[in-house]
Design a binder for this molecule. Structure first.
Ligand code: ATP
Length: 435
């Protein structure tokens, strides 16, 4: 059955698995496919992120493969792991089988080399604790010490032992994420272990950037709101920020956001890679926090710079931009000036927060007509005109751009004519050259 499923992989991945198997047999180093890849293979889901565990030196093994296949390799000596990137763009991780022990709750584990059984026992849930041995001819039997196959067929998220969430509280978020993604349910005893660890306050003791990574993964799920609803039920949301609660308006926000993202992708096909949907959702999700609390929270979780700046600019700019753009008779250059500094995520999130039809019309006008407008003339034209280089350049060119967006100038000749007037007005020539 597994062999059949492996054989259904895209040819390049299958070739790769077989090459791993050949090298494993040749070197007599047991190698296994593990974790989410095995889970998704059994669920018939699409997951081409392969994780291999090597009972031996994973870096050495991966380096030999990379040479044979001319793949790029990135190694992390400290963790004994290597990532290969194939020409087809897929990524494959190799790690040495390891055993983990936790010296203190929510602390990082002590890691030593181990065998595949040790490696599976350190994992989060039974459904993620299965492995398949890889051979030259294909794959071997499923290794399933914890009963993952049964839980997978019954739709159960089950932790491996009672201290699992004390050892690593981020597993609470992972349990919720997998439960909601697959429409499973958290097993009763596991649920009790989660509750107990939450009551112990583990979520406040764990390193915040690890919680952040799990939160971000939730926003990348197909239906993030389901995850947050369940998270709220299980442990509340105050571990994110004090007094932070589930907001009823999130449902409408997320639905509208998804429509806006599709609309943007349809109309601006070439720009759709410029937007990060999860950042837009995060902006809307955290919008209810006062600006000071929001900044504090983003800082304490050390969210990435680009996420932080977008989320904060939505909060700090929305009311001002909205107030101005929902009025009648706004000049095109003013629309440009207010929206051009913002990213697409922030602009689209603003249209979700706004209930005003005119505001969205303004945003459309900006996106279709003004965004990315460029002048024909450049700084050199000002220089050629004898204008002394300096801050004045920017001011003049900005004024010219506004005039262009407002339709007052169109051609290069008209731009040059405009410059002539402006430079005379500012009276700041270096020489007597006249345009
Ligand atoms: P996804 O489909 O979301 O990528 P995944 O199961 O592949 O799911 P990863 O975060 O890539 O998730 O982790 C790979 C594997 O590593 C998991 O399947 C699990 O076996 C193990 N793992 C990851 N995080 C933890 C953790 N916090 N505690 C224990 N095991 C973990």
């Amino acid at each position: 059955m597994l062999l059949k499923k492996i054989n259904e992989l895209p040819q390049s991945l299958l070739d790769f698995v077989l090459a791993v198997g050949r090298l494993s047999d040749l070197e007599k180093v047991p190698v296994y496919l593990v974790g989410g890849f095995v889970r998704d293979l059994m669920l018939e889901g699409k997951n081409f992120d392969m994780d291999f565990v090597v009972e031996g030196d994973a870096i050495l093994f991966a380096t030999q493969l990379a040479r044979t296949f001319s793949y790029k390799i990135l190694t992390h000596r400290r963790f004994g792991t290597a990532t290969l990137t194939g020409r087809e763009g897929f990524k494959v991780d190799f790690a040495s089988a390891r055993r983990e022990t936790y010296a203190a709750p929510a602390a990082l584990p002590n890691v030593t080399f181990g065998n595949i059984n040790d490696d599976l026992l350190r994992r989060d849930f039974t459904i993620n604790a299965m492995a398949i041995r890889v051979h030259a001819q294909g794959v071997g039997e499923l290794i399933d010490r914890a009963g993952g196959k049964k839980d997978l067929s019954e739709g159960i998220i089950r932790a491996l032992h009672d201290l699992s969430f004390i050892d690593d509280p981020t597993r609470i978020l992972r349990a919720v994420r997998f439960e909601q993604r697959f429409g499973f349910r958290i097993e009763k005893e596991t649920h009790t272990w989660i509750k107990r660890s939450v009551d112990d306050g583990v979520l406040c003791r764990v390193q915040k950037h690890r919680v952040r990574d799990e939160l971000v993964l939730m926003f990348k799920e197909k239906d993030p709101l389901k995850c947050f609803k369940r998270l709220h039920e299980i442990c509340g949301l105050s571990f994110i920020a004090p007094r932070f609660k589930f907001q009823n308006q999130w449902k409408a926000y997320f639905q509208a956001a998804s429509k806006r993202i599709s609309w943007f992708a349809e109309n601006f096909h070439y720009k759709k890679s410029h937007i990060e949907p999860h950042t837009m959702l995060m902006g809307l999700f955290f919008y209810c926090l006062p600006l000071g609390d929001l900044k504090k929270m983003m800082h304490s979780f050390a969210f990435h710079k680009h996420e932080t700046s977008r989320i904060i600019s939505l909060k700090s700019e929305f009311l001002k931009v909205h107030e101005e753009l929902r009025r009648k008779n706004v000049k095109a250059s003013r629309i440009y000036k207010l929206l051009e500094p913002l990213t697409y995520e922030v602009i689209l999130a603003m249209t979700v927060l706004s209930k005003n039809h005119l505001f969205f019309e303004r945003v459309k006008e900006f996106l279709f007509f003004y965004n990315g407008q460029r002048l024909h003339v450049k700084g050199e034209d000002l220089k050629a005109a004898g204008l002394t280089p300096g801050p004045m350049y920017k001011r003049i060119l900005n004024e010219l751009l506004s005039a262009k967006i407002d339709g007052e100038v169109n051609t290069r000749e008209e731009e040059l004519e405009f410059l002539k007037k402006m430079t005379h007005q500012h009276g700041c020539f270096k020489t007597t050259t006249v345009l």
